[in-house]
Design a protein around this ligand. Structure first.
Ligand SMILES: [Mn+2]
Length: 185
């Protein structure tokens, strides 16, 4: 699987409140996008803490990893996050708060939006739930923070190069916030 991530801080900020996490083993690939609440240093600290937590717990059950992040981020301003775990024929997905994630089949015919629960990691977490979606080699997975808004993926030729696709999505839909786009195929 090829993975491309572009993440940029809000204009005028030196620290990025968004973060991402990628882990690849023989059995599975784990992808996560994290958005620390607000922007600037405190948002950065929260999202980095979530990355460290995922490094420790990404080989565990997704719900467990999400709950561990919630415990760990209790003294921060909090973050929203989404984690996708991809194996041979399945994507397992757990998200809390406003991170968009979707899977697109190779022909561009099927599009499924992954379901996230409401809440904020470290502040307010009620239901944690993992959803399962079919995955086939060649499918494209897109995840992005709310620094990208109004994305209509049907406007894009998803068969183009991943880097180029990510750059196009970012430049067309970026708003004034930390922005992160992750594309994988
Ligand atoms: Mn944001």
């Amino acid at each position: 699987m090829k993975i491309e991530v572009i993440t940029v801080p809000k204009e005028g900020e030196t620290e990025n409140g968004d973060a991402y996490f990628v882990s690849e083993t023989e059995e599975r690939i784990t992808l996560a996008v994290i958005d620390g609440i607000g922007h600037g240093r405190d948002a950065h600290l929260a999202s980095q803490m979530a990355v460290e937590c995922l490094e420790k717990y990404c080989d565990r059950d997704l719900d467990y990893a999400v709950r561990k992040c919630h415990e760990t981020l209790g003294k921060t301003r909090g973050a929203v996050l989404a984690i996708a775990c991809i194996t041979d024929c399945e994507i397992r997905f757990s998200g809390v708060g406003n991170i968009a994630a979707m899977g697109l089949s190779a022909g561009g015919i099927g599009e499924s939006r992954f379901t996230s629960m409401s809440g904020v990691i470290g502040r307010n977490l009620k239901v944690v739930k993992t959803f399962s979606y079919p995955y086939r080699e060649g499918d494209t997975i897109i995840m992005h923070s709310d620094g990208i808004r109004g994305l209509n993926i049907t406007n894009y030729d998803i068969s183009r190069g991943l880097r180029e696709l990510g750059e196009a999505i970012l430049s067309d839909n970026r708003v004034d916030d930390d922005s992160t786009i992750l594309v994988a195929r």
